[in-house]
Design a protein around this ligand. Structure first.
Ligand code: HEC
Length: 420
C-alpha cells in the first residue's frame, strides 16, 4: 500500500472564465489554503478573507499561485507524503487563474462557504508550562533581521518530558519563526554574558545560537500547527537543563515590540526519547560563479530507527535539497525533496507514515547551490567562494531528522551531529 498514490481524479475540471465566480469556486480555495496567514494580525501583509479582498488581489493571486510562490510549501508533491501539506492542485490553480482573467464576479453570496473563524487559544489546550521573557523585546525600525535567544532555566532535578510545544508569537508582524533549543551545559549562560546588550536574552552572530545545543524541541513558523510527539515518545529536557527560545525577527520600518510565549505540554517518562539527527557538512566550499554546485552526504544508521520527518536548512545560495533512504536489502524510499529552496520558509515536513529504518541503512542527502549571479539571492557581487558558517551570507548544508530508536535506550549521541 505505502507508496501508491491515489488515481488522479479526471472528473474535476476548472470552471471556465465565463462561469467562474468567487462564491462557488474561489472562496473555498482561499479559505483552505491562504487565510491561515492572510488575515488580520497574521504574518502575511494583507487579508484574503471575503470577496472585496480577494477581488483587489486577484491578478497577483493568479500570478503567485501559477508560479508556486504561494502557498509557501516547498516539498515537491508526490515525492513523499506529509501531514499538513499545503499545495494547490492544477484544477485549483486554473480556477484562480480563470477568475483573475475574468471580470471577477462575486456570484451568489449565499453559495459562499462560511467565513472561517480562528480561535486565539492554544490549539492543544492550556500548556503545562509557559515561558516568556518578562518584558517585551524592543526591535529597532531598520537593519538586518535579528535572531534573539531568550534563556529560561528549568531548575528541575528530574528530566522533563515534552510531548509537544506550541508558540504564541506576541507580534506577528515581526516574528518570522521560533525554535526551542535545549542546552545541557552552560553554553547559553556564557552567551548571555558575552553578548549582553541591556535587553533580555542575547543575539549572537547573525542567525547563531553561539553554542552547540544538546537538542531541540521543535519550532514554529507561520502555518505550522502544534502536534504531539508520536505515541510513546517525548523530547527530554535533562535535569537542570536550560531552554533557549530563538526568535527570528523581521523589521518593519517602525520600532516594534514583541513578547512571544512558548508553551510546553509535558508527560510521564515515555518509552522512547525523540532525538534529532543533524546531517551536516562542515567542509562546504562553494566556488565563486558556479551555478550547479552539488554537495552530497551519506549517513549510515547504526541502530534500528524510526524516522518521522525532515527539516532542510540552507542559506541564500541553496537551491534544492533531496534525501532518501537506501536500505540494506537494496530498496530505496524517499524522505524529502525541496526543489525551490527559499530561506524565508524554514518548514518542518512531518511524514504521514513514519519510516522504519533498519541498522545499516544509508540516508543520502544531496543539495545544489547556485553561486552564480543568476541567483538573485546571491549576497556577493561579484560572487566569491562561500564556506560553512552561521551568518546568512555563509552557507549551510543541514538536514534535521527527528527519530526514535526501535529498542528503547540511550540515544546515539553521534546522531546529534552527523558531520563528516
Ligand atoms: C504560511 C503563510 C502563508 C500562506 C499559507 C499563504 N501566504 Fe501569501 N504571503 C505570505 C507572506 C508572509 C507574504 C509576504 C512575503 C512574501 O511575499 O513572501 C505573502 C505574500 C503574498 C502575496 C504578495 C506576493 C508579492 O510578491 O508581493 C500574494 C498575492 C499572496 N501571498 C497570495 C497568497 C495566496 C493566494 C495563498 C493561498 C493560495 C497564500 N498567499 C498563502 C504568507 C502566506
Amino acid at each position: 500500500m505505502i507508496g501508491l498514490s491515489p488515481e488522479p481524479d479526471h472528473s474535476r475540471s476548472a470552471p471556465s472564465k465565463a462561469t467562474v465566480n468567487y462564491a462557488e469556486h474561489v472562496a473555498s480555495i482561499l479559505n483552505e489554503h491562504c487565510v491561515t496567514c492572510h488575515r488580520p494580525g497574521e504574518v502575511a501583509p494583507f487579508s484574503l478573507i471575503g470577496y472585496e479582498n480577494a477581488k483587489k488581489w486577484a491578478p497577483m493571486i493568479g500570478q503567485v499561485t501559477q508560479s508556486h510562490q504561494m502557498p509557501p510549501w516547498k516539498a515537491v508533491p508526490g515525492y513523499a507524503d506529509f501531514k499538513d501539506a499545503n499545495t494547490l492542485d492544477p484544477v485549483e490553480i486554473e480556477t484562480l487563474k480563470n477568475w483573475a482573467e475574468s471580470t471577477r464576479p462575486e456570484g451568489d453570496p449565499k453559495k459562499a462557504p462560511p467565513e472561517p473563524s480562528f480561535s486565539s487559544d492554544w490549539t492543544l489546550g492550556k500548556p503545562d508550562m509557559i515561558v516568556s521573557p518578562s518584558k517585551p523585546y524592543r526591535l529597532s525600525a531598520e537593519g538586518p533581521d535579528v535572531y534573539r535567544n531568550f534563556v529560561f532555566h528549568t531548575n528541575n532535578s528530574q528530566p522533563i518530558w515534552v510531548r509537544a510545544i506550541d508558540v504564541k508569537p506576541g507580534n506577528k508582524r515581526i516574528v518570522h519563526h521560533v525554535i526551542a533549543f535545549v542546552d545541557g551545559g552552560s553554553g547559553a549562560d556564557g552567551c548571555l554574558k558575552k553578548y549582553a546588550d541591556g535587553q533580555e536574552g542575547y543575539s549572537a552572530e547573525m542567525g547563531g545560537l553561539g553554542f552547540l545545543p544538546r537538542s531541540a524541541l521543535g519550532g514554529w513558523a507561520p502555518g505550522v500547527r502544534a502536534r504531539y510527539a508520536p505515541e510513546g515518545a517525548a523530547f527530554q529536557i535533562p535535569p537542570h537543563g536550560t531552554l533557549v527560545m530563538q526568535v527570528h525577527y523581521h523589521k518593519t520600518g517602525k520600532p516594534e515590540e514583541d513578547q512571544t510565549r512558548l508553551g510546553l505540554y509535558t508527560g510521564p517518562k515515555p518509552e522512547h526519547e525523540v532525538g534529532l539527527n543533524w546531517i551536516f557538512r562542515f567542509d562546504l566550499n562553494i566556488p565563486a560563479g558556479v551555478k550547479n554546485y552539488r554537495v552530497r552526504k551519506v549517513y549510515t544508521y547504526k541502530n534500528d530507527t524510526v524516522v518521522y520527518g525532515a527539516m532542510p536548512h540552507m542559506h541564500l545560495l541553496g537551491r534544492s535539497m533531496k534525501s532518501w533512504f537506501e536500505f540494506p536489502d537494496g530498496t530505496t524510499k524517499p524522505l524529502v525533496f525541496v526543489d525551490d529552496w527559499d530561506f524565508n520558509w524554514q518548514l518542518i515536513y512531518s511524514l504521514k507514515q513514519p519510516i522504519r529504518v533498519p541498522a545499516g541503512t544509508k540516508e543520502v542527502v544531496e543539495a545544489v547551490f547556485d553561486n552564480s549571479l543568476e541567483n538573485p539571492r546571491n549576497p556577493n557581487n561579484p560572487p566569491k567562494t562561500v564556506r560553512f558558517g552561521e551568518q546568512t551570507t555563509d552557507e549551510m548544508f543541514l538536514l534535521i531528522v527527528p527519530y526514535t530508536l526501535v529498542r528503547p535506550g540511550e540515544l546515539d549521541s553521534q546522531n546529534w551531529l552527523a558531520g563528516p
